[in-house]
Ligand binder design. Sequence first.
Ligand code: AMP
Length: 554
Amino acid sequence: MTLQGRMMAFPLTIQHLLARARTLFPETPIVSRRPDKSVVRSNWGTVANRAEQLTRGLRSLGIGPGDRVATLCWNHHEHLEAYLGIPSLGAIVHTLNLRLSPQDLTYIVGHAEDKAIIVDQSLLPLFSKFRDALPSGAPVIVVRDLGAPLTDPAFQDYESVLAPAEAVPAPFAYPSVFAAADENAAAMLCYTSGTTGNPKGVLTSHRAIVLHAFALALRDSFGIASDDVVLPVVPMFHASSWGLPYAAALVGASIAFPGPHLDAVSLLDWMHAEKVTFAGGVPTIWIGILDALDRAKAAGEAKWDLSLLRNMIIGGSAAPPSLMDGFLIRHGLKVTHAWGMTELNPLGTVATVTPAIASQGEAAVASARASQGIPSPFVEMRHVDDAGTVLPWDGVAMGELECRGPWVASSYFRDEGQDRFTADGFFKTGDVVTIDRHGYMRITDRSKDVVKSGGEWISSVALENSLMAHPAVLEAAVFAGREEKWGERPLAAVAFKEGQAATDEELAAHLAASFPKYWLPDAYIRVAQVPRGSTGKFLKTKLREDYGDLLLKK
Ligand code: AMP
């Protein structure tokens, strides 16, 4: 028989994160920007106390363990309070993606059977379009981010839902209504963006969130620490803002929430004003920021002091190497590529450069930085071919990525999508990848975005990366167009930088330097902006819808 260790079975819970932030980092600033750009300054002590008041307030509204409480909010301190306060009741914070259509939101709220909702006043027009999905009489708790009085008597002011503060709590005291200490209890529910079929619910446990927060704090990962000022550009309604709020609570980092102001200039102003040290967002955000920095530099303006910004994480879709080089070479700013999925809570890999790679010289370092990276501790990965055979880590063999680990979904809410889980306990990501002998994973495509031309496979990601390295190109997306002879041919949608352009021939010549002729797109479609999905990623389904038959009509 195994000799058991003599350690406490201490549960890994969000209540501890709340108690820890309150006990150890009460003065650390938590700053939020409102829709009118006014700034609310709070701190971990106040946020943790108010989270606890929210826990008790929700309970007096009849919310209890296992209930789902939806949030329809931008990134701000009240949303953070919900992140901590709702799970502290044993209830589940269900983040709603405010960029989804009212139809999708109706489906999701109904599917989740939400019992209450916390909603920004500025988002009430959207809420009114799916309000009927909530049970009648369900509490609608409004964060008055516009400051205006509430006109609908059915709405409750968030501030009035907070229960009166209790006496100064003892160090590490948990919210008084905290009952269950089950680290495997559900804490958060987030639906996948679901470009095919209905969105599916990913139900994350306390344990997964806490372990994931530890992983974000590792220096080889995001390295979040107590001296950081974290800017979560990635929305709190998408994959828990990559877990940044929980990691910040764990280590006592300061947070500068951007509110709804996500355009490049507003973000740069915010980074400058709040002395941000760490930021995370999808490539489309960083493309805009790099462009604004380039323009300011060309005009000889020094508007923004970003000298304290130690790292920016780019993830959520492929970061073109030209983007990372642009930040580093032209502005001395470090960016790190990472890969994740809602089903992984979301972090899977980070493109950290290990000494084994550094010793191989510049080209190896550049290639590693451009890759999606090596797996986080306890995330195990493999890639398999169509027959399910596990492929070698040789950097060449391409197959679907599969993962397992303590913060990887073991099934979806209500057991949907069972075909995404293997019999031997892996989650099938749907990403087509190579893995090299050092463990660096490279996404060549999303399986549904693969362009198959005459049976030959063409990487849309590789073509996009190269197009975005062209000096005139701001954004590019490559997608499959239907074609009679070859079945599919690549098409490119291209947005140029302001005042710049290139001909089809110039773009083709640029690509021909790196790719075989049959890879070159059959058409270059000029667009003002590549269409984006609900999480800011390029929306290739829309491009296929609009232009997929272009070659057939010719
Ligand atoms: P979501 O669950 O909405 O965050 O989407 C997850 C998907 O986004 C992954 O399966 C990938 O296809 C894509 N993705 C995330 N990060 C990256 C990255 N760094 N490079 C390429 N694709 C990415």
